[in-house]
Design a protein around this ligand. Structure first.
Ligand SMILES: Nc1ncnc2c1ncn2[C@@H]1O[C@H](COP(=O)(O)OP(=O)(O)O)[C@@H](O)[C@H]1O
Ligand code: SF4
Ligand SMILES: [Mg+2]
Length: 366
């Protein structure tokens, strides 16, 4: 949506001018460049994010996947300006060509909730228990636009209807505790899109929900995103969530991207052992006898004392002396637009089923 969109004349007064274009490609919406975040603590410096770069195109779905503690939330909070004061942040985050990390607090706030919206894992932390759903949705509109309250409530009802809440207008009077977990997450989706954002950052939006509800909520999120023409960054620890919906996927390990590619080709041809290990931990759809989860053995390294070499080395079945000595940079692989951080990605390219590297001996050959 442009600044001069006649449907949203209010934008001009509340959002910063973001018409600068510094060399970005025409459909590039967001570009994160060499983002780092560290936290000084009593035990030492926690290097939570160690050089994250990616871009998101208009309407694209980018998946960010990695185990708990890999820096997914911290990196997305950084680009929203939502980290605690103790956080040390370096790098750049260009939204429509303008570095949002350099914006004044007031302008950052104006971007949040309007152009860039966020959905969290637990809707109860984002919803206020003492206000009705209608009040909270209307407030989300009124904090970014000047309009009569009645009109804001109309918009709230329209959004609730769009996210699949029956009798939307009547339910505006309900309080958060009167909704189920899935319904509350629908309210959060309505809240995220109520100001027509350009991008939605969804951080584990379905992790707290039952599996069947998860699928419905993801479907609603994608429908709604298409209806408002927004892009999405879908953050999850579950590769299965990304599989059906992300155009491209970025895999994170110990604060760094270790593989980035289009999602289909990445699943077909992983070029980083960690990705192959994650794939092996998704229950197989074809083989119903193989439903057990096969998590990768071991745990990620401490972010306070990282190894010199590859951070995945202690858990990697393909590791060599080189892996202990040098941390592999993200490099091109044999596939187009497919980068991976592994000294030995060719070994994965040479086998039919890279996930087999992570099977226990008793499973091999079954
Ligand atoms: N305020 C903080 N102070 C110190 N360490 C933090 C803080 N917030 C997050 N971390 C650490 O940063 C790392 C990345 O966390 P996070 O981004 O939440 O992981 P993820 O979302 O991938 O599960 C973790 O090791 C976490 O403990
Ligand atoms: S660089 Fe070495 S240890 Fe790291 S993922 Fe590749 S093979 Fe494994
Ligand atoms: Mg997280």
């Amino acid at each position: 949506m442009s600044m001069s969109d006649p449907a949203h004349p209010e934008d001009a007064t509340t959002t910063p001018p973001l018409d600068a274009v510094d060399g970005r490609t025409s459909d590039e919406l967001l570009r994160v460049e060499d983002l780092t975040v560290s936290f000084p603590t009593d035990d030492g410096l926690v290097q939570a994010v160690r050089g994250v770069s990616y871009s998101v195109r208009e309407r694209e779905v980018l998946g960010i996947v990695g185990e708990s503690g890999s820096g997914k939330s911290v990196s997305s909070m950084a680009l929203m300006g939502l980290l605690p004061k103790s956080a040390r942040v370096t790098g750049s985050v260009y939204f429509r060509g303008r570095d949002v990390l350099q914006l004044r607090e007031k302008h950052q706030r104006a971007l949040r909730g309007s152009r860039i919206a966020m959905i969290f894992q637990d809707p109860m932390t984002a919803l206020n228990p003492v206000y009705s759903i209608g009040d909270q949705l209307a407030e989300a509109v009124l904090s970014h636009h000047t309009m009569p309250r009645k009109k804001a409530l109309d918009r709230a009802a329209e959004m609730l209807d769009m996210v699949g809440i029956p009798q939307a207008r009547e339910r505006l009077r309900n309080y958060p505790h009167e909704f189920s977990g899935g319904m509350r997450q629908r309210v959060m989706i309505a809240m995220a899109v109520i100001n027509n954002p350009d991008i939605i950052i969804a951080d584990e939006p379905t992790t707290a929900l039952d599996v069947t509800v998860q699928a419905q909520i993801l479907e609603t999120l994608i429908e709604v995103k298409d209806a408002v023409n927004a892009a999405i960054i879908m953050i999850t620890h579950d590769l299965g969530v990304i599989a059906g919906i992300a155009d491209r996927t970025l895999v994170m390990y110990a604060g760094k991207p270790v593989e980035v590619a289009e999602t289909g080709p990445m699943f077909a041809n992983p070029r980083m052992p960690y990705t192959a290990g994650l794939m092996g931990s998704i229950p197989s759809l074809e083989d119903s006898t193989n439903e057990r989860l096969r998590p990768i053995k071991g745990t990620p390294p401490s972010l306070i004392s990282l190894p010199i070499g590859c951070a995945f080395e202690p858990r990697c079945p393909l590791s060599t002396a080189e892996c202990l000595e040098t941390e592999p940079p993200l490099t091109e692989t044999d596939k187009p637009d497919h980068v991976a951080a592994c000294h030995h990605w060719q070994k994965l390219a040479a086998v039919d089923d890279p996930t087999a590297y992570f099977r226990t001996e008793s499973e091999v050959g079954r």
